[in-house]
Design a protein around this ligand. Structure first.
Ligand code: AMP
Ligand code: TRP
Length: 329
């Protein structure tokens, strides 16, 4: 057994990955895998709390897993699995549901937002945070890296754990949310005051990791800049140039000062060309790995290993809960 602290995070299988996701989220996970005993799973059971097309969902799950591995999430350093491959998550979730109040769930911000948008929301949308608590509490993890919008759910998992421990005796570890400091936010290349997002209407400002590299070059070369002539970091007055600088330093590891100095005499065309080269170099590596993974079906073995590792742990937790609650024969 390793004495490293444990982290766990779930990712919803929701389609195309952008350069923003890569720089803002995936690179973080790649960093964490060096420090922590990491569990990472595709939260397909969470995805169906809103309607999904079955064919599309299956495709998203596989493609996302291949992208993550291609981006450097290492199957030897992470337990990588698909949530629905471990049926104990749902079993544990039910036992936890019977120890969670309707009032708590109906007060969750995300539930309030999403249920307002759709009159016919499912009960899964309401109980979603309990399933998330099951994901977390099953593995006695120390930290749960999530975005700010999920913090409330991790706190609810703590409340549920504490209540269960008090009622039935010590069963769960209290996990803490790990909210990364405001990381680099990559902006839309066409409108650099907006976050780069896969749901943007105009795709010219959004780089997808699986975009053809020549398309990427065009997108960067036609990025919005300003009427000055200096490559300087000034997000307020020069959002376009500052965004390109952010992309550049995130991928090269240079500092802003080093980059400013490097491009001191350059015009915007030269600067963009260099940014495009750096992005293409990184993305090409990812795409090559991705194409290789897709062909070899390596993901099968990775997921089988992940499942075989996590199922016995979850079974043990489930049996412990049943015993504490007086369930079964
Ligand atoms: P989303 O695609 O919005 O569900 O976000 C998934 C993860 O990627 C979250 O951790 C976000 O913080 C991160 N992310 C999404 N878009 C960007 C962006 N433009 N810049 C930096 N991080 C981002
Ligand atoms: N709800 C999370 C999201 O939408 C995904 C998720 C499901 C998760 N289970 C989790 C994240 C457990 C962390 C831990 O982003």
């Amino acid at each position: 057994m390793s004495d490293k602290k444990k982290i766990l995070t779930g990712l919803q299988p929701t389609g195309s990955i952008t350069l923003g996701n890569y720089i803002g989220a995936i690179k973080q996970v790649v960093k964490y895998q060096e420090m922590y005993d990491s569990y990472i799973f595709i939260a397909d059971l969470h995805a169906i709390t809103i309607p999904q097309d079955p064919v599309q969902l299956k495709e998203n799950i596989r493609s996302l897993l291949n992208i993550y591995v291609a981006c450097g999430i290492d199957p030897n350093k992470n337990k990588i699995f698909v949530q629905s491959d471990n049926e104990y998550h749902c079993n544990i979730s039910w036992l936890l549901e019977c120890n969670t109040y309707y009032g708590e769930l109906s007060r969750m911000t995300q539930f309030k937002d999403k249920s307002k948008k759709n009159q016919n929301f499912t009960s899964g949308l309401l109980t979603y945070p309990v399933l998330m608590a099951a994901d977390i509490l099953t593995y006695d993890v120390d930290y749960v890296p999530v975005g700010g919008d999920q913090k409330q759910h991790v706190e609810l998992a703590r409340d549920i754990a504490e209540r269960f421990n008090n009622k039935f005796g010590e069963t769960f570890k209290m996990s803490e949310p790990l909210i990364s400091k405001e990381g680099t936010k990559i902006m839309d290349l066409q409108d650099p005051t907006k976050k780069m997002s896969k749901s943007a209407e105009n795709k010219k400002g959004v780089i997808l990791l699986l975009d053809d590299v020549e398309v990427i070059r065009k997108k960067i070369m036609s990025a919005t800049t300003d009427s000055e002539m200096s490559v300087k970091y000034d997000p307020e007055n020069k959002p376009g140039i500052s965004n390109l600088l952010n992309i550049y330093i995130s991928l090269t590891g240079k500092t802003i000062e080093e980059a400013e100095e490097q491009f001191a005499g350059s015009n915007y065309g030269e600067f963009k060309k260099e940014v495009a080269n750096v992005v293409i170099k990184e993305v090409s590596k990812i795409q090559a790995k991705y194409n290789e993974l897709v062909q070899t079906n390596a993901i099968e073995e990775i997921l089988n290993n992940g499942r075989d590792y996590v199922v016995p742990i979850a079974k043990q937790k489930y049996e412990l809960m049943k015993q504490k609650m007086g369930l079964g024969r």
